[in-house]
Design a protein around this ligand. Structure first.
Ligand SMILES: Nc1ncnc2c1ncn2[C@@H]1O[C@H](COP(=O)(O)OP(=O)(O)O)[C@@H](O)[C@H]1O
Ligand SMILES: [Mg+2]
Length: 324
């Protein structure tokens, strides 16, 4: 009996001693200057293992620059940066072998076919032929490109090129997949297909790190995200946490000028009204009194909905996604 207790205690101590998995990416004071211009201003970051981590922000926020530093493509001006617990400055080859990359622009070699592009990439990682052949077949099927295997790149649509870039990023069976705006410019059907595949990769235990300026994409995919603006991290958390922390649960969008909207809703407590372009956004925890007042105005058009990351973004950065 005593022995068993001792064993139990021992196991409990061991379990307590188990370190939680180290972050896949850890940055402290990470900074990048281009001449006088600070593209990334001393950010701190921990990307946990597993799940999908998002970098959100308008054009020019510093998202791509941060990814390029993580990939060892752009040396930091200052700060510490580790991937898989290894300093990027000294271990980039080892790190790079465990990462898959989907760059912002598709860059498959136009002189080769779909399958040849994958083979070339496999050679870059020095993967053995016995591994490569079945893996290419598998990846082409996974990204629904099997029928295009022997076609030249120039015959592919934009969506197919993007899917090929994603297949290529998976050739080395990476632990961490970095995607820079994976669905920018794609039609809704392809976006959905890519989201499904990314979710599948997440379920298979991969860590996904993606940038996007689509807030709906971030809300659908990301377990955790940071909002970047002008080189800084201005907010961090799970989408639902960010919404709860920064905005009221409901919003009513009313077209028209502010004076009129304020006049309409005069006397209702706890409203926050913002104007964006031609639309007033009335944020509230209590929808009923607002809807009642608006219902009294014949023919008035308005839309009520739960708040989203879009509203968080407006609140934090004071503007929409510039040049989205
Ligand atoms: N190679 C470069 N040389 C000079 N400035 C750059 C370079 N790359 C990016 N920048 C600048 O750094 C800022 C951040 O850019 P970037 O990281 O590409 O933003 P994002 O990916 O969020 O749109 C921008 O102002 C951009 O003009
Ligand atoms: Mg970018």
């Amino acid at each position: 009996m005593q022995d068993r207790e001792a064993t139990t205690r021992l196991l409990a101590t061991d379990a307590a001693r188990q370190p939680s998995p180290p972050p896949v990416v850890r940055a402290r004071g990470l900074t990048k200057a281009f001449g006088e211009r600070l593209a990334v201003r001393g950010i701190d970051l921990d990307v946990p293992q597993g799940g999908c981590f998002g970098f959100l922000g308008p054009n020019g926020a510093g998202k791509t620059t941060t990814l390029r530093m993580i990939l060892g493509q752009s040396p930091p001006t200052a700060g510490r940066l580790e991937v898989f617990g290894l300093p990027v400055s000294t271990h980039i080859a080892e790190i790079r072998a465990r990462i898959g990359v989907v760059p912002q622009a598709d860059n498959a070699d136009p002189d080769f076919t779909v399958a040849e592009n994958l083979r070339m990439y496999a050679r870059y990682f020095r993967l053995p032929a016995a591994v490569v052949k079945p893996r290419i077949r598998e990846l082409l099927e996974f990204m629904e490109l099997a029928e295009r295997a022997d076609e030249p790149i120039k015959s592919l649509s934009g969506g197919m090129k993007r899917r090929l870039t994603i297949a290529r990023a998976l050739i080395n069976d990476p632990e961490l997949i970095i995607l820079d705006e994976p669905t920018t410019g794609l039609d809704p059907q392809v976006r959905r297909m890519i989201w499904n595949r990314l979710r599948q990769l997440g379920r298979a235990g991969k860590t996904l790190l993606l940038t996007t300026h689509y807030l709906d994409e971030a809300e659908r995919l990301c377990h955790d995200l940071v909002v970047m603006d002008d080189g800084c991290i201005v907010a961090q958390g799970a989408p639902a946490e960010l919404i709860a922390a920064h905005v009221e649960p409901q919003v009513v969008e009313i077209p028209g000028d502010m004076a009129r909207i304020r006049g309409l809703l005069d006397g209702i407590a706890g409203l926050r009204i913002e104007q964006v372009g031609e639309t007033g956004y009335c944020y509230t925890s209590e929808l009923a009194p607002v809807l009642q007042k608006l219902g009294e105005v014949p023919g008035l058009r308005y839309l009520h909905r739960p708040t989203t990351l879009e509203d968080v973004f407006l609140r934090i950065t004071g503007h929409g996604l510039r040049g989205g």
